[in-house]
Design a protein around this ligand. Structure first.
Ligand code: SAM
Ligand code: SF4
Length: 475
């Protein structure tokens, strides 16, 4: 499927750096946010059109509280229109924290001599996956430090091991990766193991600031990191996640840079990023970051709403780094995926550890340590439809977020029915009686909204089959 006209594709920019700080600052310094202009841009986005850098800069520069509210409301409307009520759930699984880099914000940095280093053995990995399956998880992201032990072959083996673990009705149906950038052959090896998304965050898109935070190891090379997901694309891995670590540099610059990165993918590879991530820096062992660029909650909500409007077709991820309150608030403005039941300490899903975090064993502090069950309970109370859907990726419908957004009826035909089926499985296998009752009410409500869905009888039939013990049916 061609997303963007052929003539706009700039093939000779592939694998070349694409960030020009001056260009970005020019947009930020020379853009005026009048009422008319801001409203025009929100309307354009609600018409499901991508925003360009200049338009994004106008929104970023908006200071009038009334207009900021309109931006947030625009993002909310767009989210409801494009994604419905679904929130997709996943869990991170830390496999190894050895690291040869020296990133000033991270507890795994090589200079942290107090860090307790560990790599899960196959047996430990299996136990972790079993424990996650026991909670009802279906989608994982495997996380690694950067180290010669974590080769593409090693990661690929881990992926295969994770897929092979089946406990009761549990199984992992999608494995994503957050690890160091690879070369093209490396990405090919990992892709062949059947991963979903490969995430690499640029941390900061500003080259000089980047140099100040990345003091040693391979990650020092800004351009190698910037072009890493181009290499993934060259390897045929077109499902990639980008992100910036907010708090390292001016958030306004990072937002524009993420749009620039998106433009680059669209132009060169005819596909945008699968997901956007916007982690905010959290406390970590030996962290050494000037708080000057920390992003406050108001700006954080604003930047999420702007990203939603600027790239309407892309999944947006918010993790347990954020507090329960912030998570609740921003879910309305564009976030489509969250983690639940998160534990960062290696091996801690299967070994009961202290509830308190030990930062010498973990990458950073988290602010939402609720169980998956508690999160699902709250999502249902707030009218969301929790989903563990993995259908598109397994049926080869890649670029699915783009399809959700552009193909009429896609959500009603696929996303909502699949969310319903995966929630029903969760209710049957893992939920408490209280959640079971609430969950089936949400399913009834969503079924009633599927008025024109032609296969509603088939969906009902499948729900009956789930109650009789059958699993893993999808549209
Ligand atoms: N080691 C690989 C790398 O650096 O690309 C894998 C990623 S790391 C385990 C996952 C992400 O966590 C990093 O890309 C960074 O954005 C984020 N991170 C690191 N330290 C953090 C901190 N103190 N607070 C919040 N996020 C942090
Ligand atoms: Fe290593 Fe990644 Fe942490 Fe940097 S962010 S020290 S590369 S684990």
């Amino acid at each position: 499927m061609k997303f963007y006209p052929e003539e706009y594709r700039i093939k000779d920019q592939r694998m070349k750096p694409f960030i020009d700080p001056e260009e970005i600052w020019d947009y930020l310094n020379n853009t005026e946010s009048t009422k008319e202009r801001v409203r025009e841009i929100i309307a354009k986005s609600l018409n499901k059109e991508r925003l360009n850098l200049e338009e994004t800069a106008v929104l970023v520069n908006t200071k009038d509280p009334e207009l900021i509210e309109e931006i947030k409301q625009g993002a909310k409307t767009l989210k409801e229109k494009v994604y419905g009520n679904r929130i997709v759930l996943f869990a991170p699984l830390y496999v190894g924290n050895k690291c040869t880099n020296n990133c000033k914000y991270c507890g795994f940095r090589v200079t942290n001599k107090d860090a307790v280093r560990q790599t899960l053995s196959d047996q430990e990995l299996i136990k972790e996956v079993e424990a996650l399956e026991d909670n009802g998880q279906k989608r994982l992201i495997l996380v690694y430090g950067e180290h010669q032990d974590y080769s593409p072959e090693f990661i690929a083996e881990n992926v295969k091991t994770v897929y092979s673990v089946k406990k009761g009705n549990g199984e992992i149906r999608r494995v994503n990766i957050n690890a160091a950038p690879l070369d093209i052959d490396g990405f090919r090896i990992v892709k062949e193991s059947g991963i979903g998304t490969y995430q690499v965050f640029q941390e900061t898109y500003h080259p000089e600031e980047y140099a100040k935070y990345h003091l040693g190891g391979k990650k020092k090379d800004y351009n190698y990191r910037l072009t890493s997901l181009d290499r993934a694309q060259e390897a045929g891995l077109d499902d990639v996640g980008i992100g910036a670590l907010f708090g390292l540099y001016d958030w306004r610059y990072e937002v524009l840079a993420m749009i620039r990165h998106t433009n680059h993918f669209e132009a060169c590879y005819n596909v945008g990023p699968h997901t956007l991530s916007f982690p905010r820096i959290q406390d970590a062992s030996t962290i050494d970051v000037d708080p000057k660029y920390m992003v406050n909650d108001d700006d954080f909500v604003k930047l999420i709403a702007i990203l939603r409007l600027a790239v309407p077709y892309t999944g947006m991820i918010l993790t347990a780094r954020e507090s329960i309150r912030v998570r609740r608030e921003v879910m309305e403005f564009g976030v489509s995926q969250i983690d639940g039941g998160t534990k960062l300490e290696l091996g801690s899903y299967h070994e009961s550890q202290n509830e308190d975090q030990n930062l010498n064993r973990e990458q950073f502090a988290i602010n939402d340590n609720r169980s998956l069950a508690e999160i699902i309970d709250e999502l249902i109370d707030n009218g969301f439809l929790p989903s563990f859907c993995t259908a598109c990726y397994r049926l080869g419908r890649t670029g699915e977020h783009f399809m959700e957004f552009s193909v009429p009826g896609f959500i009603k035909r696929y996303c909502t029915p699949n969310a319903i089926l995966t929630l029903a499985e969760y209710l049957e296998d893992y939920a408490t009686p209280k959640v079971v009752e609430k969950g089936w009410k949400i399913i009834d409500r969503e079924m009633a909204d599927l008025d024109n869905f032609k296969r509603v009888e088939e969906l009902q039939n499948r729900l009956g089959r789930i109650k009789s013990g059958e699993r893993d049916m999808y549209f």
